[in-house]
Ligand binder design. Structure first.
Ligand code: HEM
Length: 289
C-alpha cells in the first residue's frame, strides 16, 4: 500500500500548495446548520443523529484542488463535508464530492490520477494506460462532476463509501448517501470574482436557509459495500433527512473531517479506500497545523 507520507508529498508537489492549507480541497468556507432525520431513517438506524430531533451540523464547501488561490470559475470537483454533532457530545462525518463514481480501489492509482489531472493533455493517455478507471473518469466529465459550477447548490454530492447502519434490533443495513439541493435553481445573482461560489452562497443565505435532501441508497442482495468502485444494482432509495444550512461561520480550522469517524450504530465497511483515507488525512493535518 502507498505510504501516506509519500502520497501527501506527491499530492502537495502536484499543486505546489503552501503547507498551511489542506493538501486537497484547500479552498473552502464553513457554515452552520442542522440535520433532521426522517422516520424512515430512524427505523433503519439507531445512531444518535437519526432520532428525528434536529442536531447541529458543521458544513464545509470547497474546491477540490490543492491550490487555494485558484479562482472559483476554474473547472473542478467540489466538496461538501458535513460534521454531525450528536446530543451525547460525539461526532460523525460525511465527506461528499461531486463525482458519483470513484474510479479505483487503489490509493496509488488515485494519487497518479490526481497528478495526471494537473496536465489535462495527459489525461487521455492516463485513461489509455488505466482502462479500468476510464469509465468512471468519463462519467465524471459527462455528469459535470468536474465543471465550472455557478453555485455550490448546483451539483449533487456523493460521499461514495457505504456505511453499516444498525437498527434498534441490531439488524445491519449497508447505506450510501447523496446530498441533493432542494432549490438548485439558477444562481442568486451574477458573480464574477475569484470567490464567486462563496459570494453566491452568502447572497443565497441572506434570503433564508439552504436545504439539502440526504438521500439514502440501501444495498440489496448482491450489492457490494466493501468497494468504492462497486455499482449497486439492487438498492432501494429513500429520503433520510434534510440538512438545513443557516449561515456562514468564521474560519473553524484546524477542524478535521474524517470519513472514518463514526458513532454507535454506524460501522465502517472494509472498502480499501475508506480504510486508507485516515492515514493520508492525518499526514495532511500534521502539515497544516
Ligand atoms: C485514496 C483516496 C483519497 C485520498 C488520498 C484523499 C486525500 C485527501 C486529503 C489529503 C485531504 C485533506 C485532508 C485535511 O488536511 O484535512 C482530503 C480532503 C477531502 N477529501 Fe479526500 N482523499 C481521497 C478520497 C476521497 C473520497 C473518496 C472523497 C469523497 C467521497 C473525498 C472527499 C474529500 C473532501 C470533501 C475533502 C475536504 C474535507 C474538508 O472540507 O475539510 N476524498 N482528501
Amino acid at each position: 500500500m502507498l505510504d501516506p507520507v509519500v502520497a501527501i508529498d506527491r499530492l502537495r508537489a502536484a499543486f505546489r500548495g503552501p503547507d498551511r492549507h489542506r493538501t486537497l480541497h484547500a479552498k473552502g468556507r464553513f457554515y452552520a446548520g442542522t440535520f433532521t432525520a426522517t422516520p424512515e431513517a430512524a427505523a433503519l438506524g439507531r445512531a444518535g443523529h437519526l432520532t428525528g430531533e434536529p442536531v447541529p451540523v458543521l458544513v464545509r464547501w470547497s474546491n477540490a484542488g490543492g491550490d487555494a488561490e485558484v479562482p472559483d470559475k476554474a473547472p473542478d470537483i467540489r466538496g461538501m463535508a458535513v460534521k454531525f454533532r450528536l446530543p451525547d457530545g460525539t461526532e460523525t462525518d460525511l465527506l461528499g464530492q461531486t463525482a458519483r463514481r470513484f474510479p479505483t480501489d487503489s490509493p496509488e492509482e488515485f494519487v497518479a490520477m490526481t497528478e495526471a489531472s494537473r496536465k489535462p493533455v495527459l489525461v487521455p493517455l492516463f485513461m489509455l494506460r488505466h482502462p479500468r478507471m476510464a469509465g468512471a473518469m468519463l462519467d465524471g466529465l459527462r455528469s459535470k462532476a468536474v465543471a465550472s459550477h455557478a453555485s455550490f447548490t448546483q451539483p449533487t454530492y456523493y460521499p461514495i463509501h457505504a456505511y453499516g447502519w444498525r437498527d434498534a434490533d441490531d439488524h445491519l443495513s449497508w447505506v450510501r448517501y447523496r446530498f441533493v439541493a432542494q432549490h438548485a435553481g439558477p444562481p442568486s445573482g451574477t458573480y464574477a470574482g475569484r470567490d464567486r461560489l462563496f459570494e453566491e452562497m452568502t447572497a443565497r443565505l441572506a434570503n433564508g436557509p439552504v436545504r439539502f435532501d440526504v438521500r439514502l441508497l440501501v444495498a440489496g442482495d448482491g450489492d457490494d459495500p466493501h468497494s468504492a468502485v462497486s455499482v449497486w444494482k439492487h438498492a432501494r432509495e429513500l429520503l433520510g433527512g434534510t440538512i438545513e444550512v443557516t449561515g456562514e461561520l468564521p474560519d473553524q480550522d484546524p477542524v478535521v473531517f474524517d470519513p472514518a469517524r463514526v458513532v454507535d450504530g454506524i460501522e465502517l465497511s472494509d472498502d480499501p479506500i475508506l480504510r486508507y483515507r485516515p492515514s493520508a488525512y492525518s499526514e495532511s493535518i500534521d502539515r497544516r497545523t
